[in-house]
Design a protein around this ligand. Structure first.
Ligand SMILES: *Cc1c(COP(=O)(O)O)cnc(C)c1O
Length: 361
């Protein structure tokens, strides 16, 4: 029995989902099966939005699968990784009974989706070490098994910590959870590091699920295009739970263009810029008196601790700069997360915090 079969909600075993007009494969030239308008909207004279879109647009699925190096049947595309997270919880956790494991401080949506579903959230906190935040892998496996978690969410590179797990570590966790839980590896920031994707583990582990998105490095956050990569049986189960027409046609079009070779070449230039700006910002901030510590980061952001985070945030705000307050997260009572901006924006961050250090000195 595959892991997906053993963790699928027992009440969904013979559930086929909604059968939409588009999901039933038919041929014809006169389409009168979906109650669409026969005339396009005047603001859409080419009729791009006149008909319901393909549930899983085949050209986009092929391009994404090629880009992420999986087979098309190992990929589900949806409205951002956020939808992927929600689908995983709804498919593999019994409402009000199921359980997911997270390693905080981490991305907030795992716990939000679980709570909205009535699922229990088990925390195995990250350990703050001189090498950055590290996962307690033995603790994660043993708690997942003892609590009966069907999903283990690991963010890699970690948001907001910026730290990274190695593939051999992920592979060991997947092995230990086989048959009992799916290991979901969220690679929202995967483009910013050269390490191989956990998607390379899918062929050897039936319980590995990887989340990817076009929202971060690809600069298409508003298009809402995220992918779930996993064995075909997992993808098929998620598909039955997904809404009938998740992807707006204009978003599908822009995402397809963004995966063409020329766009991918330009992406690499932007990634290189982010990485060099990230190093510059980290070096400069680390030298300032008001800064306690800036964590190394594999993403397009820096997590920094301050002697007075409130004062830093106020000063940044006076300069019109908005950063993410992390102080409500466990272990991060003095921390802010700063996204890597343009070179001029990063310089403005340095100047603002530097001016505070001068006043304080
Ligand atoms: C930003 C982010 C996401 C959300 O991605 P969308 O594809 O825009 O929904 C998912 N996971 C992590 C860790 C993120 O930081």
């Amino acid at each position: 029995m595959t892991t997906s079969t053993s963790v699928l909600r027992s009440d969904l075993r013979d559930f086929n989902g909604y059968s939409s007009a588009r999901s039933i494969k038919q041929v014809g030239t006169v389409w009168l099966n979906a109650n669409e308008s026969a005339q396009p909207n005047p603001v859409d004279s080419a009729g791009l939005c006149q008909r319901y879109p393909e549930p899983q647009p085949s050209a986009l699925v092929r391009r994404l699968a090629e880009y992420y190096d999986v087979a098309p049947e190992q990929l589900l595309v949806g409205r951002g990784s956020d939808e992927g997270i929600d689908l995983l919880v709804r498919t593999f956790c019994m409402p009000a009974e199921g359980c997911v494991l997270i390693a905080p401080p981490t991305f907030g949506m795992y716990a939000v989706s679980a709570r909205l579903h009535g699922a229990r959230v088990v925390d195995v906190p990250l350990r703050d070490t001189p090498n950055g935040f590290l996962h307690d892998l033995e603790g994660i496996v043993s708690r997942a098994l003892s609590a009966g978690a069907s999903l283990v969410f690991l963010c890699n590179p970690g948001n907001p910590t910026g730290s990274m797990l190695r593939l051999d570590e992920l592979s060991r966790v997947a092995e230990a959870l086989a048959g009992r839980a799916l290991l979901v590896i969220d690679e929202a920031y995967g483009e910013y590091d050269e390490a191989a994707s956990a998607a390379t583990l899918i062929d050897n582990h039936d319980n590995v699920v990887v989340l990817r998105t076009l929202s971060k490095a690809h600069a298409l956050a508003a298009a809402r295009i995220g992918s779930v990569l996993a064995r075909a049986d997992v993808i098929e189960m998620l598909r039955r739970v997904q809404a009938p027409y998740p992807l707006p046609a204009p978003c599908v079009a822009i995402a397809s263009d963004a995966l063409k070779p020329e766009a991918i070449r330009q992406l690499q230039t932007r990634i290189d810029d982010v990485r060099s700006e990230r190093d510059r910002l980290r070096t400069r901030l680390s030298a300032l008196a008001s800064v306690r510590y800036v964590y190394p980061s594999k993403g397009n952001f820096l997590l920094a601790r301050f002697h007075d985070a409130e004062a830093v945030q106020t000063r940044l705000s006076e300069a019109g700069i908005v950063v993410r307050d992390m102080r409500q997260l466990p272990q991060l009572g003095d921390a802010l997360r700063i996204s890597i901006g343009s070179s001029a924006e990063n310089t403005a961050v340095i100047d603002a915090i530097e001016s505070l250090s001068r006043v304080a000195a």
